[in-house]
Design a protein around this ligand. Structure first.
Ligand code: PXG
Length: 444
């Protein structure tokens, strides 16, 4: 066994304070991943695990892509780091140009970050600064949505709609934030295939928030086109279109957080294109580099960017950026990734598999505890009846059982999500739903 495959004698489990993890539970019975290739992870013992979630919704081209490895190695050997403050390096421009080419119409000005959380905070800051740059400085309010996940920065948790976050850090959230209702409605929409039929009217809530606060005070609305982390909530038909109309009516910017829906997950490069609704600003990360190197990008309409390009030429127009914005290694990984997506047609491949995926998903209907199956592109949300008095326990049991059976899924409370690499083949899909069915039957 290679040294790096397993824990060395010098490493114990205590020092690493793990993110979004039940640390004590994990450390009592750790699950380690040592290698990955194509559709699979391998444990240190060599057990093969089918990756049902593209790592964490990010490895869209599958694991171990040599094109990315080689591009990163080449870049590190040529230019390991270059500042992008007041200077730059060529691949930053190449990547921005390549991204603009696959972006929704007009979103061709690109700001680089290192993660989804940074993309969200960057987008919110751009929105606020944009209104100010145009002399509309009273627009300071932001509107998010219940059950939204926008990463972990203070901006992101403020517009996010996760109760526990808002409780723990309640005194430190951004002021002037309001939330729309979420769109999850099992009574009317359970077992929908694709976009649910009911709930477009929930967008009218925005009109009410606007009336309450006065339109002249609202800077932006941020939503995930499909909410991922909080359990795969697919937008009702007509909902996003109505949000767009209301924002237009009142001069409010619409931000789509496409950190998980971007880069082919829904069958088009971005959900904006798939749903035919163009936001003013879009946040991305994850699939941008196939998860190989941390990187995010915020795509803004040219008119938003141009509003900043005024005043004396020597002024810094947007006082914002990260040491690692457009890091050369990340740019190299992203360019190689976009090359793979283009050559292999991965940004639209989900569309050709979506029907097969949907039929396989809905075969779970009727199995023990299943109260909803929902799907879009290559995404599954499987909702289970919570065990009495033990919310989340059933979801965790299924997650563990699947892992034992050689399938990696994501669990959020009693909801299980799948979002495989976009190179998935039909036999993998059969295996995923077969394993899930066994795990469900195995539950009491
Ligand atoms: N926005 C959205 C919509 C996300 O899904 C972020 C922002 C933050 O990205 P970073 O790169 O800062 O983590 C995310 C992250 C899950 C899961 O299990 C989802 C995310 C992260 C971890 C787990 O669904 N999404």
């Amino acid at each position: 066994m290679a040294h790096s495959d397993s824990l060395s004698r010098d490493a114990d489990l205590d020092a690493f304070w793990m993110p979004f993890t039940a640390n004590r539970q994990f450390k009592a019975k750790p699950r380690l991943l040592a290698r990955a290739s194509g559709m699979h992870y391998f444990t240190p013992e060599g057990r093969q695990i089918l990756d049902g979630v593209a790592g964490l919704w990010c490895v869209n081209a599958g694991h171990g892509r040599s094109e990315i490895t080689e591009a990163v190695a080449r870049q590190l050997g040529t230019l390991d780091f270059a500042p992008t403050f007041q200077m730059a390096h060529p691949s930053a421009f190449e990547l921005a140009t390549a991204l603009a080419r696959i972006a929704p119409p007009g979103l061709d000005r690109i700001f680089f970050t290192n993660s989804g959380s940074e993309s969200v905070d960057t987008a919110l800051k751009i929105a606020l600064a944009y209104h100010r740059a145009r002399g509309d400085a009273a627009r300071t309010k932001l509107i998010g949505r219940e059950r939204a996940y926008h990463g972990v920065g203070f901006g992101g948790i403020s517009v996010g709609g996760i109760g526990s976050n808002r409780k723990t850090w309640s005194a430190s959230l951004l002021p002037g934030v309001d939330h729309l209702a979420h769109t999850h409605d099992l009574k009317r929409n359970a077992f929908s295939r694709g976009q649910p039929a009911h709930g477009a009217e929930l967008a009218e809530e925005l009109e009410r928030r606007v009336a309450l606060h006065d339109p002249s005070t609202i800077a932006a609305v941020i939503v995930e086109p499909i909410a991922g982390s909080t359990g795969v909530l697919i937008p009702p038909r007509g909902y996003l279109e109505r949000l767009r109309q209301i924002c237009d009516r009142h001069g409010i910017l619409l931000i789509f957080d496409e950190v998980i829906t971007g880069f082919g997950r829904v069958g088009a490069p971005f959900a904006a294109q798939e749903f035919g609704v163009t936001p003013d600003i879009m946040t991305t990360a994850k699939g941008l580099t196939n998860g190989a190197v941390p990187m995010g990008a915020v795509l803004a309409k040219r008119s938003i960017h141009d509003a900043f390009m005024q005043g004396p030429e020597g002024t810094i127009e947007l006082f914002h950026g990260y040491t690692y914005s457009a890091h050369p290694t990340a740019c190299a990984a992203a360019l190689a990734t976009l090359g793979i997506y283009a050559r292999e047609g991965l940004l639209t491949r989900a569309k050709s598999l979506a029907q097969y995926w949907e039929d396989a998903a809905h075969s779970l209907r009727g199995l023990p505890h299943v109260i909803d199956v929902r799907n879009y592109g290559l995404i599954l949300g499987l909702e289970l009846e919570p065990a009495a008095g033990r919310p989340g326990a059933r979801g965790y049991a299924i997650y563990l059982d699947c892992f034992e059976r050689g399938l990696l899924v994501r669990q959020s409370g009693d909801i299980i999500a799948l979002s495989p690499p976009l190179v998935v083949e039909r036999p993998h899909i059969d295996q995923m739903f077969g394993t899930l069915a066994e795990a469900l039957r195995n539950q009491r």
